[in-house]
Design a protein around this ligand. Structure first.
Ligand code: I3S
Length: 130
């Protein structure tokens, strides 16, 4: 059977492979540690998985079978910006959540990062209206 996440009714807005580093936790700066991550945007959350799913991602199968994300953040009230001032890499996004957790998302593929930017902005704006 396909791995399904039946206890989460939220539709997946976007998922894919990105390089991720946390740069602050609760407002405290952290040392960068870039790691590849399978990132899933659904509902009000951005979730980070160590591994991509074993089947093609779809709205009903998006996390690795039966696994919980390694970490996840609430996007309500989050701030989204270009991360170019925070990294020497091209195509970097910066997310800061209300509790002061900050992440950089990076892709070598400019179109991929732009699509993430649009998807994240749409979700954050929708949450502002709710
Ligand atoms: O913003 P920084 O401190 O220049 O970020 C770079 C460092 O974190 C570096 O690690 P060490 O200083 O622990 O060796 C990383 O390897 C780099 O990837 C970081 O810079 P980029 O520009 O890739 O975000």
């Amino acid at each position: 059977p396909l791995p399904q996440v039946l206890d989460d009714p939220h539709e997946v807005e976007r998922s894919g492979q990105l390089n991720v580093t946390k740069i602050a936790q609760g407002g405290r700066k952290l040392r960068k540690n870039w790691c590849p991550s399978w990132v899933v945007l659904a509902g009000n959350s951005l979730m980070f998985y160590r591994e991509p799913p074993r089947v093609a991602p779809s709205s009903s199968a998006w996390g690795p079978a039966g696994s919980r994300p390694e970490s996840s953040v609430d996007l309500r009230g989050a701030a989204l910006a270009h991360g170019r001032h925070l990294s020497s890499r091209r195509n970097v996004l910066h997310i800061r959540t209300v509790p002061g957790h900050e992440f950089l998302l990076h892709s070598d593929l400019e179109a991929e990062l732009r699509a993430w930017h649009h998807a994240l902005r749409a979700v954050i704006e929708r949450l502002e209206r709710e």
